[in-house]
Ligand binder design. Sequence first.
Ligand SMILES: NC(=O)c1ccc[n+]([C@@H]2O[C@H](COP(=O)([O-])OP(=O)(O)OC[C@H]3O[C@@H](n4cnc5c(N)ncnc54)[C@H](OP(=O)(O)O)[C@@H]3O)[C@@H](O)[C@H]2O)c1
Length: 296
Amino acid sequence: MNRVLITGATGNVGAHLVRELRTRSAPVRALVRDPTAAAARLGDAELAHGDFDDPASLRRALDGVTRVYLCAADGPRKVAHETAVIDAAAAAGVERIVKLSALHADPASPLPAYRWHGEIEEHLHRCGVPAVVLRPAFFMTNLLMVAAGVAQTGTLAAPTAGRRAAMIDIRDVAAVAAVTLLADPHAGHIYELTGPKAITFAEVAAALTAATGRRITSLDLTEEQARPRFAAAALPDWLTTQLAGVFGVLREGGFDRVTTDVPTLLGRPARGIAEFAHTFADAFTPQPTPASPATA
Ligand SMILES: NC(=O)c1ccc[n+]([C@@H]2O[C@H](COP(=O)([O-])OP(=O)(O)OC[C@H]3O[C@@H](n4cnc5c(N)ncnc54)[C@H](OP(=O)(O)O)[C@@H]3O)[C@@H](O)[C@H]2O)c1
């Protein structure tokens, strides 16, 4: 039976993928840096203690593994991290790698994460291991980055110029990863993963209104209005560039195409924004402040 190594197992998609594969009774091993924290997140899944920067730990984690899910955090070490896993997997004779990439992956992209994905995809295609590449669109979970502000102000502000994005729920990304890891006919394919519908941020605000029972409105910012907001978040330079660039892509219509890959691979429609909003309604709702301790 195929044993699957999940890298990035404690990450957003990875944690859902571990659950997906275990539901399907597939033998799973999760590569984790901190087994105690990982056990709290992943339950009693088999853990391999390791680090992308430690080649010996990758060799140990790959022992007896036939398939690998490849995902490292975005950042300047991403290409080194993912190519280290690819090289170790090729040396270990793994049969298939499923790489989490991104729509617009391109080694010539001015956006750092898209460029890194493009470079890793090229390395993957050269390594000789049959591969599947998953290129999701904008994650719905990106909205959680501004959830506290939305809860406070009742306003969802973003520089979208009213354009649409076929946002995807990461639970569907994980479900597709599970299918392409376990079933045979997918090697060599690049799948572009979107939600069921291209939606505006006004439609996102309407879904959040319905899910929270509070009126949430959308506010379209100009690029100039958005720039200081990104800067105020005090993010690393590459991430500020990436975020601003992603909204530039969105404004140019780069996320407005709906693909059929998710329903074809899963045999059901992709999850929509209403389901996401329902799941995360609490994050977009003001939380009561704790009562002050009673005085004697
Ligand atoms: N956001 C979007 O709209 C979007 C759209 C399309 C594609 N994507 C792509 O999705 C990917 C991110 O997926 P995600 O959100 O599921 O991942 P994530 O939550 O960022 O998780 C990153 C994982 O990498 C692990 N990790 C970090 N450094 C490590 C190291 N040195 N050794 C071993 N493990 C290490 C982390 O483990 P620890 O728990 O130990 O930190 C964590 O499990 C990115 O490549 C991004 O470009 C995102």
